[in-house]
Design a binder for this molecule. Structure first.
Ligand code: COI
Length: 358
């Protein structure tokens, strides 16, 4: 990347952090990356100490939600090398979200150089404790100052790094949401855009008030087909088939979902990406054919589900001896912590002097 300026902090905050007690999303590392889109090109790339940003009250992202993000993780291998997990897929998905939300593409070369350089600088912030990681949050948002509904001409892209512990330390309980929806065909469900998360806040709060961790979203047309759970993709393991809802535009194309599918297939499971009605899940449960249910996502990795409530029915599951979710979780963790050879080539060692041709 041309003209990257790096300004390092003179006073790291790292000694104040208790890495054994990391509340999700509250602790930020020392540095951040920023670059601006001036209407024509990406300019002024910089890494500097984490700082507050000045925002105009007319900022278009605040008013109309032209904002997208990614979530990815850095870990540390046994010999101390910082590793990134499938960063090029995150760059690709960021640009797919950008396309849907009328935002400029960020070249892979800028994304990669920014991630490698920033994580290289803040690598001491990668927690050494099992189950923890440095969560990277790339974010792009509109910066035009105008209260009129149109696509912004200018944007900011930034990356911040947050050391995090396990998101769901124990199995979760899900409530099937049959009134509110997350996404409709033709909408923005596949984009990782801020509004999808804002729209989910109220139904998630209602579910939490009833004692559930998250909701299972159903499709918007029939109110019948399973979509996602909370902020994760969802997998159902039946006796003879592993099913996850197909990504047909309303579901986020999860990178952990993709990785889990590949692991299932290479372990010989019969895997389907298809429509799955909640009634089929219920019927399989009553027939004793529902073996495992788990969510997948960057933050949670693989979250086992111990209870699903749908109308008057409660499906109770016992995750203690589950094989598939355990093997997916273990394989990804082994790769991320360098305790197993990464035959799939999913982890990328951080290279601070990386330079990728545009
Ligand atoms: C992720 O798993 O990266 C997510 O997007 C979840 C996040 C919204 C907390």
């Amino acid at each position: 990347m041309k003209d990257l300026t790096i300004n390092l902090t003179s006073e790291s905050r790292i000694s104040k952090v208790d890495f054994h007690n990391l509340p999700f999303g509250k602790i930020i590392s020392d540095h951040m990356f920023e670059i601006d889109f001036d209407g024509k090109e990406w300019v002024n790339p910089r890494i500097s100490p984490v700082h507050k940003m000045e925002i105009s009250p007319m900022n278009m992202a605040l008013h109309y939600g032209q904002s997208i993000f990614e979530g990815m993780k850095a870990s540390r291998s046994q010999d101390g090398t910082p590793l990134l997990f499938r960063p090029e897929l995150h760059s690709q998905r960021l640009n797919e979200s950008a396309h849907r939300m009328c935002m400029p593409k960020l070249p892979l070369s800028i994304f990669m150089e920014a991630v490698h350089t920033l994580v290289g600088i803040d690598q001491e912030w990668i927690p050494k404790i099992e189950g923890s990681a440095l969560y990277l949050r790339p974010l792009m948002f509109a910066t035009d100052e105008m209260v009129g509904v149109k696509s912004s001409d200018t944007f900011k892209f930034l990356i911040i790094c947050l050391p995090v512990g396990p998101y769901y330390p124990k199995p979760i309980k899900l409530l099937v949401e049959n009134h509110f929806i997350r996404a409709a065909p033709g909408g923005v469900g596949e984009a990782k855009t801020a509004g999808n998360y804002a729209a989910a806040l109220y139904p998630s709060k209602l579910a939490r008030d009833k004692g559930y961790d998250q909701v299972i979203w159903l499709d918007a047309i029939h109110n019948e087909y399973v979509q996602e759970c909370g902020t994760m993709n969802i997998f159902f393991v039946f006796k003879d088939e592993v099913v996850t809802p197909a990504t047909t535009g309303t579901i986020l194309k999860g990178i952990t979902r993709e990785s889990a599918l590949e692991i299932c297939r290479s372990n010989g499971y019969n895997v389907s990406e298809r429509e799955l009605s909640i009634d089929e899940v219920l019927q399989k449960y009553h027939a004793g054919e529902l073996v495992e249910v788990f969510g997948t996502g960057t933050v949670a990795l693989v979250a086992n589900v111990e209870e699903i409530s749908y109308n008057d029915e409660i499906m109770k599951l016992d995750p203690n001896k589950w094989q598939l979710s355990t093997s997916i979780r273990n394989e990804i963790n082994h790769m991320r912590f360098g305790t197993m050879e990464d035959k799939r080539g999913w982890t990328v060692p951080v290279n601070e002097s990386i330079s990728i041709p545009v």
